[in-house]
Ligand binder design. Sequence first.
Ligand code: NDP
Length: 332
Amino acid sequence: MREIIIIGSGPAGFTAAIYAARAGLNPLLLASSVEAGGELMNTTEVENFPGFPEGIQGPDLMMKLQEQAEKFGTEVILDDVTSLHLDGDIKTVHTGYSGTFEARSVIFATGSAYRKLGLADEERLSGRGVSWCATCDGFFFKTKTIAVVGGGDSAMEEATFLTRFAEKVYVVHRKDTLRASKIMQERAFQNEKIEFVWNSEVVGISGESAVEALSLRDTVTGEQSELPVQGLFVAIGNDPRVHLVHGQLDLTADGTIAVQGRSSKTNLPGVFAAGDVIDPHYRQAVTAAASGTVAALDAEQFLAALDQVEESSRVDLAAALADEVDDLVAAD
Ligand code: NDP
């Protein structure tokens, strides 16, 4: 049985692994078989992770985090967790093809998944012009006219990145102000290839075998219009990945895993959560990393307390046995 299993391979998971490994807990980190490394694998330049004044590419940062975790003894397995049993003293983790693992503690750091618009044609045209990842698919839109939907940092980042390929990028946003940080907004405003379509919601996507146009609805007047584009990048945020723990871990109203105060402690003893899966607000690589640290320290304390309890019950048992032997000897 393992001391600790970490589920998730973003900044939270790997930072938890670095701390747990340095504490001698030999963690097992289960990274997804297809999405290992988390969201930073789909990012280009990361300019705000402390310690990298020149910026660092998202995938390079993740490789460095993994290298650091492995250097101290983390075992990393690329496999998908299919189900979990978190109740009780022994936690059981079932995976796709690597079998079942048991541990005395689990850190759940599965991050979040791209939010969808929820339109019928979104799925149908996924991979045929509809995408959630500019760095993955931007190349296919050379000299095309495309749209990005959203008003946050992701949308600004995607739109700006996509101007490397596309001839024109519309940013469709449901309000007339952006949620994105000032620096990202400015970068997008100054880009001549980007045009903003304010107060507009995407209510339909048309095209037989590929995206041909978007149906937009004006959120102020209710008027409908068509925007001819060959691609749509959806950048409207993320939802925490909690499907594996439904019914086991308490959730907040935001859908994130509920933790006690500033700790990583969930409603189940020995189960800790970290990163975007507990954070509806900040959702930065560096806050996820810090959250991973908290989880590793909480897990370490939990295991130390458990060792103490087990040690004292061993001592009690030995004393009780000794008394019994003494009684038997006296009775003879
Ligand atoms: P956000 O939640 O910040 O923004 C989501 C945007 O999508 C909002 O403008 C929101 O509109 C809009 N939106 C949400 N749902 C819908 C919908 N159904 N239809 C239309 N529009 C919708 O998510 P992000 O992914 O942009 O950012 C998440 C976090 O990651 C943030 O903390 C951000 O700072 C960070 N980030 C940082 C980056 C960097 O620093 N390099 C890069 C990317 C992300 P509304 O404003 O009306 O709510």
